[in-house]
Design a protein around this ligand. Structure first.
Ligand code: PLP
Length: 454
């Protein structure tokens, strides 16, 4: 019987995170304040602990993972790398397909990889309370779990459409001791203003971030934590790609192409950046690995956005970040991959895309569910709708290999399981799930509101 599940020992959990900044051809564009000048750590210290801000701005190649963080990682890491031989057979492809299963964490996704260190550094700084937002519910669960591990109270603003679609995600957060409010809420000025204009507003990640930041900025005992986009989040997620590289060595294989879903970009960064280190050094045994971010056709920031300075949230509380954006007040259609409904993208992922070092593509909602169901029927695991984006891209690549006869090695990040997304699968089976046209008009309108810089 061939080995298809490549595991590592607990003592092989990486001891350092990898900082891609050290391998970037150009330094990252700095975040800017309202006056157009770069923002320093002091200006962000009202909502983030200094250790996190140092990581956010660091150019060090390797950053040590504190032992108490590795001890929590140990509860589910290293996550397995699995060769999807049954999917390969179902597709009849000569390609070899592998996936990293991040759905094995307590929260069910890759998000605790950064929630745990964020809770740890806040605790070290004496913070007792954190606010955050959640789209699909995965990040809120991760922060609730991590807060519980380090004795921090967590309040979550959950995008209203997800709050309604996924009541059990809310129960999970409450089980780990967090408070949860549907966003827009009447707890903040941002929420009250939006509800006054549009009482039925279903929310967006951008607005939920504004609510969480507004509250954290107004209370001395409270900090804010973000589940994606920022450099330190991408950094923490590199544990995924580092483990995967060791596992591929054990498998005696190496990916030709890596796919990951891309919302704010952290799972893509996490799996792809460690391979980018090899690409920067001339490739693995002289061969580069293609790194492809996969986004929804209805919220296509990398493939259809503009590369410009924009706010990270809808209301303009955050510093300006240089990123691919659809405009900070763009309200994405209500696709089921709630975690991919974000107007912007990680500045690091954006810059690497702009400089041609990574690729991006978009897929329609129905194709992602077709792929997720094909995968579940072959491999057993029911993926999160976000993960289905990467699976769809991987299956398309495997089918291309079937046509050309190429035996490529395809690797994707299975970022989470879909056990709390079954309502979405229900609509798919009932034929009620549709595609959303590219919202060109809404994006054009929103891009008109880009802040003027310089
Ligand atoms: C399962 C899953 N995959 C992917 C994502 C996308 O986020 P990011 O681009 O930060 O990885 C999310 C976000 O909530 C998610 O829950």
């Amino acid at each position: 019987m061939d080995t298809i599940r490549f595991t590592l020992e607990q003592n092989e959990i990486p001891t350092h995170w990898y900082n891609v900044v050290s391998d970037m051809p150009n330094p990252p564009s700095p975040p800017l304040g309202p006056d157009g000048n770069p923002v320093g750590p002091e200006q962000l210290a009202a909502i983030f602990p200094m250790a996190i801000l140092e990581q956010e701005m660091s150019g060090e190649r390797w950053i040590p993972i504190p032992e108490p963080v590795r001890e929590i990682y140990r509860l589910w890491r290293p996550s397995p790398l699995i060769r999807a031989t049954r999917l390969e057979a179902a597709l009849g492809t000569p390609a070899r397909i592998y996936y990293k299963n991040e759905g094995v964490s307590p929260a069910g996704s890759h998000k605790p990889n950064t929630a745990v260190p964020q809770a740890y550094y806040n605790r070290q700084a004496g913070i007792k309370r954190i606010t955050t937002e959640t789209g699909a519910g995965q990040w809120g669960c991760s922060m609730a779990f991590a807060g519980q591990m380090f004795g921090i109270d967590v309040r979550v603003y959950m995008v209203k459409i997800s709050y309604q679609q996924k009541p059990f995600r809310r129960s999970m957060m409450q089980t780990w001791g967090a408070e949860v409010f549907a966003s827009p809420s009447n707890m903040t000025q941002t929420g009250r203003d939006l509800l006054a204009k549009d009482p039925d507003n279903m929310g967006s990640l951008g607005f939920a971030i504004s609510e969480a930041v507004e509250e954290a900025a107004s209370r001395a005992d409270t900090n804010y934590a973000l589940g994606s986009v920022l450099n330190h989040v991408a950094l923490h997620q590199t544990i995924i790609g580092q483990e995967a590289k060791k596992q591929f060595e054990k498998a005696g294989d190496w990916p030709d192409v890596v796919f990951a879903p891309c919302g704010g970009g952290s799972s893509f960064a996490g799996v792809a950046f460690p391979f980018l280190a090899d690409n920067a050094a001339g490739g693995h045994k002289g061969k580069p690995t293609r790194l492809v971010a996969v986004e929804p056709a209805s919220c296509p920031s990398l493939t259809k956005g503009v590369y410009a300075y924009d706010f990270g949230d809808a209301s303009g509380f955050t510093p300006l970040m240089k990123m691919y954006t659809l405009g900070h007040d763009f309200m994405p259609p209500g696709i089921h991959a709630g975690g991919l409904r974000y107007h912007g993208d990680s500045p690091l992922v954006s810059q690497l895309y702009h400089e041609g070092l990574i690729e991006a593509m978009s897929v329609q909602q129905l194709a992602t569910f077709d792929a997720g169901v094909t995968f579940a029927r072959a491999e057993g695991v029911i993926p999160a709708p976000e993960s289905n984006h990467a699976i769809s891209a991987a299956i398309s690549e495997a089918l291309r290999c079937k046509e050309t006869g190429e035996a490529k090695t395809i690797f994707f990040n299975l970022t989470g399981h879909g056990h709390f997304d079954m309502a979405a699968y229900d609509s798919y089976f009932a034929g009620e799930l549709g595609n959303f046209d590219y919202p060109a008009e809404a994006i054009r309108a929103s891009l008109n509101h880009l802040p003027k810089v310089g």
